[in-house]
Write a protein that binds this ligand. Sequence first.
Ligand SMILES: [Zn+2]
Ligand SMILES: [Zn+2]
Length: 230
Amino acid sequence: MDILNLLFPSTCPVCGNESDRHRYNPFCENCWNGIERYDGPACPTCGMPAVSAHARHCESCLKAPPPYSRIIYYGIYDGALRKAIHLLKFNGLKRLALPVAMLISELALPEADGIVPVPLHHGRLREREFNQTALIGRHISRASGIPLLLDVLKKEKETPAQINVTGKERLKNVKNAFSAIKAVNGLRLLLVDDVITTGATVHECARVLVNEGAKAVTVVALARSLPKYL
Ligand SMILES: [Zn+2]
Ligand SMILES: [Zn+2]
């Protein structure tokens, strides 16, 4: 087997056909272009997909407005986009960070003074060796010219795996798991995450950033998972 093929697998992970531009992206052009941007009805604040086109704010944002201005994301956590996030996050296919960051760059991002990736706890970082949101953030920073702020937000403690828990429990699990520094005072920030599930993590990150004086926090993510009722 060609050594380059080990380093740069040339088979598309979705369709199994040979990838046409595998040094840049292992997905074939056809499968990559099949990743759709979500433009259906959604809560204007948290981006939660809604059943009705006439839906305004979701119940949870109405009850308690979140500390972030809004969540912007590219697509639904499914199909090729889900596969890409998995390959980047769990299989260490770091070069996927660039093409996925380019998807985020296609979105209409607000003016900002800094890009803040959702951090990993240092124990998890040692295990995984890289933080995928920091890699994505770096590419968005290069494309937009907005500075990357790596040291303003820190994850202080490891949180339990957030599978099969409700939004409320998740929020409890991440409570006080993050800390921010005063240097964010007065800044408009883009908080970068890969997947939004219940939104508890970005909610807590935005809360501590705003607590330290951040003027506005807009969450930008690659994907959002669909709520169970859809
Ligand atoms: Zn393909
Ligand atoms: Zn909402």
